[in-house]
Design a protein around this ligand. Structure first.
Ligand SMILES: [Zn+2]
Length: 381
């Protein structure tokens, strides 16, 4: 009996500091929720698990596209602001001009992102998607550089993991798709025709591209040196097209249409029961789908027990980051620290990491939370 009491006491002592510091962090956020500077610093440092809905091409900032495109001799159409591979022809200016012409530079940043976007004749949705065609030549062949930028920014915000969506060898795949007749009534035959036309040959080329991109990323992050970026330890996983979604959805992206479903409560119950997470990029949902602030169903998901993960979608185009999603969750949605912590945990729990890697990531996250929360002693009385 005494042994049992001592065990309980020991357990209580061990459990107490963790609980107390979670309380302290929760109190701190509550106290500073209206203070932009303190709130941002808190959420920037908070362990956020990872970003699991991130399109690499839209995740880089226009400033870095200009810098890299200029170095690669890229040109810009002076009217449409489309990027084109050099040498420049009539009606084009070299991207390097942007460094000596602030008006030109800012025109490009606005055309290639949501910077300064005001809803005028054109909707946010249309401007958002038009950016991709404009900057694509400036981004060409830069996957490793883009990975370095995005993963370094993620690690600086205390993210442990990055799951990015890419379309490798898009040109090869679309050329193949144009050549091959697709018959929805004959899936086996369509598959055979794709394979006969060389689909299999594209896969090793795509794999080689990714291997080279990861090597370039690690070189840029100085991973083999004492000056290694924190992102060197961060696992990166690629989403290729919609394979995962078709193969059996364990996560749903965006999920803002839930109110249009015939039985939203029933659907959410199923998602909660089956553990199907919803990825919520608050900034992009507002910019692209015009589902903003309290009109967003995120609180409904949380109340219904659906696992929620905050994500960036296209943080470069949106001019945002994962910290900004946490800020909106506090300021516009009114969530407190414990709910944010659950979002951060969900990001790893519903990631596509292999089971052993996932367990290790969750362990590392618990340790990260202990370190973070120890900075905020609870106030009593
Ligand atoms: Zn998306």
């Amino acid at each position: 009996m005494r042994l049992l009491t001592i065990t309980f006491l020991l357990l209580a002592l061990l459990a107490a500091p963790a609980a107390a510091s979670e309380l302290g962090a929760a109190q701190y956020l509550k106290r500073h929720r209206g203070d932009h500077v303190q709130r941002h610093a808190f959420l920037y440092d908070m362990p956020k698990g990872g970003d699991v809905h991130n399109h690499l091409s839209g995740a880089v900032y226009a400033e870095s596209m200009v810098r890299r495109g200029a170095a690669g001799g890229v040109c810009v159409d002076v009217i449409t602001l489309f990027s084109k591979a050099g040498p420049c022809t009539a009606g084009q200016r070299p991207l390097t001009d942007a460094f000596g012409d602030n008006i030109f530079y800012n025109e490009i940043l606005r055309a290639w992102s949501m910077k300064g976007f005001r809803d005028g004749g054109r909707s946010g949705h249309d401007h958002f998607f038009a950016t991709f065609d404009r900057f694509s030549a400036a981004n060409g062949g830069q996957t490793g550089d883009m990975l370095a930028e995005v993963s370094s920014r993620a690690a600086a915000q205390n993210e442990q993991y990055l799951e990015t969506l890419i379309t490798p060898r898009f040109g090869d795949v679309s050329a193949l798709a144009r050549r091959v007749e697709f018959d929805p009534a004959d899936l086996a035959g369509s598959r055979r025709r794709l394979l006969d036309a060389g689909l299999r040959d594209i896969v090793p080329r795509a794999a080689a591209d990714l291997t080279a991109a990861l090597a370039r990323q690690r070189a840029l992050l100085q991973c083999a040196t004492p000056a290694a970026d924190a992102a060197c330890d961060m696992p990166v996983r690629f989403h290729v097209g919609s394979a995962v979604r078709i193969a059996g959805a364990e996560r749903i992206g965006h999920g803002v249409d839930i109110r249009g479903e015939r039985n939203p409560a029933g659907l959410m119950r199923i998602m909660a029961r089956r553990g199907i997470a919803v990825e919520v990029p608050l900034t992009s949902n507002c910019q692209v789908l015009e589902v903003c602030g309290r009109a967003h169903p995120i609180r409904l998901y949380v109340r219904s027990g659906v696992p929620v993960v905050l994500a960036t979608d296209d943080e470069g185009v949106s001019r945002s980051d994962l910290t900004a999603q946490y800020e909106l969750a506090v300021v516009e949605q009114g969530f407190g620290y414990r709910t944010l912590k659950r979002f951060a945990r969900n990001a790893l729990r519903y990631s596509f990491l292999a089971p052993a890697d996932k367990a290790a990531a969750l362990r590392a996250q618990r340790a990260a939370f202990r370190r973070f929360e120890a900075r905020f002693p609870a106030k009593t009385g």
